[in-house]
Design a protein around this ligand. Structure first.
Ligand code: FES
Ligand code: FES
Length: 169
């Protein structure tokens, strides 16, 4: 590759880092990331978006779920260097001017959390579902949340909250 054709990404890669440009909760962000850094680590440690939790760190529990280009993903097993140009929504991106969105309100109203560690991941999975499917069936709700583990609630209140949000209650 000629020197003329080199890009900023090339220069960053040559130093062991990657140039990452993405939209997070509607804000354009640019930063250098290490090749091994997960999206969850970048969100939490570099962008200070601590609502995204890291539990198992291996794609098993769903605590780290964010919405990436419209789909719910486990950000702990998503390498940050692979998501340049993407749109990411985290739990912090749901409220508007201090007002919770309908899912967040429903989780509060129906007691869809106890310790809260799974909650942002649950809500982001449900958010991805409701963004794509306005009136999901019970099965569709359960399938959307099947990758999210909760150790506290027994799931009944979580399902109730998502049903209520889907119904616009
Ligand atoms: S922390 Fe990512 S799936 Fe558990
Ligand atoms: S509320 Fe504690 S893990 Fe779900």
């Amino acid at each position: 590759m000629s020197a003329v054709a080199r890009t900023r990404e090339d220069d960053a890669s040559a130093e062991g880092s990657f140039s990452l440009a993405l939209s997070v909760n509607g804000n354009e962000r640019e930063l250098l990331v290490e090749p091994h850094e997960s999206l969850a680590e970048v969100l939490r440690n570099r962008l200070d978006l601590r609502g995204t939790k890291i539990g198992c760190n291996s794609g098993e529990c769903g605590a780290c779920t964010v919405v990436l280009d419209g789909s719910a993903v486990c950000s702990c097993v998503t390498l940050a260097c692979t998501v340049s140009g993407s749109q990411v929504t985290t739990i912090e991106g749901l409220e508007r001017d201090g007002v919770l969105d309908r899912l967040q309100e429903a989780f509060v109203e129906y007691g869809g959390f106890q310790c809260g560690f799974c909650t942002s991941g649950m809500i982001m999975s449900a958010h991805a579902l409701l963004s794509q499917t306005k009136n999901p069936t019970e099965d569709e709700i359960r399938i959307a949340l099947q990758g999210n583990i909760c150790r506290c609630t027994g799931y009944a209140q979580i399902l109730q909250a998502v049903r209520a949000a889907a119904a616009g209650a």
